[in-house]
Design a protein around this ligand. Sequence first.
Ligand code: ACO
Length: 347
Amino acid sequence: MIRSRITGIGMYVPNNVVTNNDLTKYMDTSDEWIQERTGIKERRYADRTGETTTTMAVEAAKIAIERAGITPQDIDFIIFATLSPDYYFPGCGVLVQRAMKMKEIGALDIRNQCSGFVYALSVGDQFIRTGMYKNILVIGSEKHSFGLDFSTRGRNVAVIFGDGAGAVVLQPTEKEGQGILSTHLHSDGESAEILAMYNPGTHANHWGNYASFDEAEIGQMFMSHAMIDTAQNFPFMDGPSVFKKAVVKFPEVIMEALEANGLQPADINMLIPHQANLRIAQFVQQKLGLSDDQVYNNIQQYGNTTAASVPIALCEAWEKGKIREGDLVCLAAFGSGFTWASALLRW
Ligand code: ACO
């Protein structure tokens, strides 16, 4: 039986460390509030001129590809998860293909926010299992620092997010029991608007009656001065509602993965939860009865890096020797959409 296996993993975070105290220069917040509510102490922000979602992804990908013992020219498919692409279109996948001088391979962009990497891994897994591709590069990368409202108005969102990238190489394995055992994907669009960035977009929710506008006015509605003046170009989050749903769906999707494989929480060697909020991760840990050494968290250092958070945490845990061959690793994520997902891997 062919399964896919992570054979190389890499991460990149910018050098620029931004502490909670640094943020008090721009908004009414405090180190105490941020740490108490989220666990975050600091995050990284990309270099203002040189670093983009794609350049960070390329740095992470170089490491993952080298660790897999192959070259960029061996990669036969790219899957790129992000909510902060360099361009509205085209997606970042083709920019990685260009930057790394890869062959004219397929490049797919995934828009599933916090669960984007687990969704991307699941897509890659299917292509490997069917035998269509043999060396897939899966990336999660975000540059949040360019799209946040740093005034007090936006503080509930701005303090949470950080920049960074993680990447893995997926290859086939026929070794019994090794590799990605299963993936589980879910969505519930009922709450799409409670954690969202509405603009630019093609919706008409905020601008009343389209029928009264002429074509020139409609053309401007995609990105207008009014939008910027009323801060509608920033992400919106109803934090408490997201929190309440996350603490239900995280344990649910982890248990779904375990049950699909006849396993229990005690069998997990390492749970890598999406780093949304330390309090959410601690709640999940408690609910599943996991010990501290069964869960890896690094939100304290990097904040929430959305699609990059799972591969960054996975990479760090692996680099620290906390994940060894044969270990059972569970990845789980929940976020905007809502979408949520899990993956169970035998390393
Ligand atoms: N500093 C100081 N005060 C603040 C800040 C801040 N940065 N942000 C909000 N506050 C204030 C609020 O204005 C409010 O004040 P009030 O009581 O006078 O009205 C008070 O703090 C409490 O605000 P809440 O929003 O109720 O605070 P909560 O305890 O819920 O924490 C948080 C907010 C951290 C956002 C939390 O709700 C959370 O983590 N939610 C889940 C986030 C998440 O998982 N997102 C999914 C991933 S993101 C993605 O998919 C893109």
